[in-house]
Design a protein around this ligand. Sequence first.
Ligand code: GGG
Length: 359
Amino acid sequence: MSKQILILPGDGIGPEIVAEAVKVLKLANDKFELDFELSFDDLGGAAIDRYGVPLADETLDRARAADAVLLGAVGGPKWDGIDPAIRPERGLLKIRSQLGLFGNLRPAILYPQLASASSLKPEVVAGLDILIVRELTGGIYFGQPRESKRLENGERMAYDTLPYSEREIRRIAKVGFDMARVRGSKLCSVDKANVLASSQLWRAVVEEVGKDYPDVELSHMYVDNAAMQLVRAPKQFDVIVTDNMFGDILSDEASMLTGSIGMLPSASLDSDNKGMYEPCHGSAPDIAGQGIANPLATILSVSMMLRYSFAQVAAADAIERAVSDVLDQGLRTGDIWSEGQTRVGTTQMGDAVVEALAK
Ligand code: GGG
């Protein structure tokens, strides 16, 4: 039976980058006889415009029925004044939570061809290959109560809540340990246990889970130190496991070591590796519609989809080789361009990957 892939291009540059990833996905489908069937729907601002909400029930049903979801990006100034309860980002958070996608894998890999685009010196980043495992369906992004209100004295105030249960920590810790075991047996758990109660539980539970992984070397680091170490000596890290907000921030920071956030794909997985795949970057409204966005993070997200949801390792490897090929050819979108390279737009970059994959 054919496998169903739901495509949600989203907002801003989302439709442009997803169009290129879909070309690559279609070619991989033919070349590796994957028997995929693609369908399309809206999420985020595009869904607000079409359905009046950032995630329609029927879209959620389609996502539940699909074998995997490919997403572009959500959000943009067009929806800034809207009721916060139905902002585009609420649709993204809802689909992650409703599909149970608690395990977010964000690999930060420096392609050697992009060494000069990294924000650190080549000798500090050469060979960089970090995996950030971000908890995606808990913590401060979802905690209740949250409120924005006016006090009796007229002053405005707002608060969020940062809850983590033992179960939530245990399951993401296991993902971190499993990944560390496969990759090289080093796991750094990042928290703020010197200040936050939720982080104190986080650290205790990660320690307990670690007892089942005696072959994995576990360390703990406060998030402020981790942020500093990432730009001081990033290669000390292999796998990092951390909470929802810390993971969001640290992965954007790590992306700068790889040259651009336009190079960072992600997989968001449930406990059966059913997943949603999206670039780590947002909808970049400032460059939307100009045809200059980097589609490689989305194309690499397709590769992660083939690897994690469908165990199509040969096809996933072939896409990653094709990306490396186009970088070898010197093709660069503006975000990773440097002197002497050929500047290309979104479509040219996608076409080049397709051509390399077709070989
Ligand atoms: N493709 C990622 C995206 O659209 N990000 C926008 C966003 O609102 N992200 C929130 C988050 O990832 O936590």
